[in-house]
Design a protein around this ligand. Structure first.
Ligand code: NAD
Length: 454
């Protein structure tokens, strides 16, 4: 497997893929190892994770550089991701013991009752490339703390980062018999699906997630899917500062080169402020610096995968053919690398792929709406259900819209953010199951009911 730098198109490294036999061997190893790992206390497991947490900070310069070279995100955003991953790990360090402790629910009478939490066993984590530290930590850390062993398949576009994660976990005291990385593309992920794992935790596209759900359904083991989105933002006419709202929207669209599952993918603006909003958005987009992601002043790097450039140009062309107008961007800069300009279109509608299909790039359509009802109808007109953001001065008015959203997350005057204290979940084609929060700790254990009669 070749690892390619998306900014230069150079091959950084060649890595041997795992084979069906090597994946089986790794499975046998972690299956055996899980039994002894499960016998350790939660406190001991948390101590290893604390060391891993410290190591991420100690080695952050190397880790950030590898991440930027491999996926193309601006260097500062690689640092932000590592810091964000540490915040999530800290949450698990601080809260796991409480949520994994035995719970006495009936302590009086003839029969006492308690709930104990036991590991699932060997879990498979098939992961995405866009935030390999963040989405990796959502699964790997609570799985290990819960007493599971993990077979981890990083994305083929983020394998070097995955290898760093494995190296640092080992350095922190996690046994090789508790954690193994398998390297390769989708076919190597398939080998995991063929094994009798005790749980499957997937982050990636709806297409692959649906395939995996169908494949593992008959195994009758827990599976969770964190999938894509087409997340809307609605700007109401009462916002205090239109320019500030446009800046927030722009950041929500272009952060991580637009490749966030909860990126702002479509914007609806009340007709009373539509013109100043789009003017400000386009002016601010023009100022963004596109270029070498290792350069500290770069705000937009390349897309991580070459085919994505053509995909976005296709969405833009489809919209323009149907009557949309490009206000800024739409072109591919000359030279090497998988770059595309930040792009904003108006005169858009839901006949266009740009407004219905996940873009996963720094490209967005802005549509005018006459009132909250029209905004709600358009925001809800989607197969996805990850997040929805409302900008307004009036919480009550925003809340009425938030309540209508069939999404796992809603935002008032913020967007494109994830908190470890809150459950992260998608509805409809955005996924099944929950990571983060106490629910994301409990997702990696089985409850066992004890009926105790002395
Ligand atoms: P993808 O579906 O192409 O790949 C994800 C993983 O699945 C990779 O490791 C890949 O090798 C593996 N895979 C592919 N085919 C497989 C198969 N047949 N069997 C087993 N494994 C297989 O997704 P991607 O491009 O890596 O990630 C981008 C997508 O992930 C976007 O849709 C994004 O919105 C979504 N995402 C969601 C979240 C979330 O929290 N909801 C977070 C990050 C990314």
């Amino acid at each position: 497997m070749q690892i390619i730098n998306p900014a230069t198109e150079e091959v950084i490294k060649e890595i041997a893929d795992d084979t069906e036999a090597s994946v089986k061997e790794k499975y046998q190893r972690v299956k055996k190892g899980q039994l002894s790992w499960a016998k350790t206390s939660v406190t001991e497991r948390v101590q290893c994770i604390q060391k891993f947490y410290d190591l991420l900070d100690k080695e952050k310069d190397d880790l950030a550089k590898t991440l930027t070279n491999e996926v193309g995100k601006p260097l500062q955003q690689s640092y932000n991701e590592i810091n964000g991953a540490r915040t999530r790990i800290k949450f698990f360090i601080d809260h796991s013991e409480k949520w994994l402790a035995d719970e006495w629910v009936v302590t009086e009478g003839a029969t006492r009752e308690k709930i104990a939490y036991e590991p699932l066993g060997v879990i498979g984590n098939i992961s995405a490339w866009n935030y390999p530290f963040l989405v990796g930590m959502n699964v790997i850390i609570p799985a290990l703390i819960g007493g599971n062993s993990v077979l981890y398949k990083p994305s083929e576009y983020a394998t070097l980062t995955g290898m760093h994660i494995q190296r640092l976990l080992y350095k922190a005291g996690i046994a090789e018999d508790s954690f193994q990385l398998v390297a390769g593309k989708g076919n190597v992920g398939e080998y995991l699906l063929q094994l009798p794992l005790d749980g499957y935790f997937f982050t990636g596209s709806y297409r692959t997630g649906k395939y995996i759900a169908e494949k593992v359904a008959g195994k009758m083991v827990p599976f969770q899917l964190e999938l894509g989105g087409k997340d809307p933002m609605y700007i109401m006419d009462d916002v205090d500062d239109v320019e500030k709202a446009a800046a927030a929207a722009l950041e929500g669209v272009v952060y991580n080169n637009g490749q966030s599952c909860c990126a702002v993918e479509r914007i609806y603006v009340h007709e009373k402020i539509f013109d100043p909003f789009v003017k400000s958005y386009a002016e601010q987009a023009k100022k963004l610096k596109v270029g070498n992601p290792l350069d500290a002043s770069t705000e937009i790097g390349p897309l991580s995968r070459k085919p994505q450039v053509e995909f976005l140009l296709g969405q833009i062309k489809d919209a323009v053919d149907k009557g949309a107008k490009i206000l800024y961007g739409g072109k591919v800069p000359n030279g090497k690398g998988y770059f595309i300009e930040p792009t904003v279109l108006v005169n858009v509608n839901h006949q266009m792929k740009l407004m219905t299909e996940e873009s996963f790039g720094p490209v967005v359509g802005i549509q005018k709406v006459k009132d909250d009802k029209e905004a709600v109808d358009l925001m809800q007109d989607t197969e996805y259900g990850l997040t929805a953001a409302i900008y307004s001065k009036d919480y009550k008015r925003a809340e009425a819209v938030m309540k209508e959203m069939n999404t796992g997350t809603v935002y008032w005057n913020c967007c494109d953010r994830v908190s470890p204290h809150l459950p992260w979940s998608g509805r409809k084609h955005s996924g099944i199951g929950t990571t983060l929060s106490y629910q994301g700790i409990r997702a990696f254990v089985h409850p066992k009911a004890y009926h105790i009669r002395d």
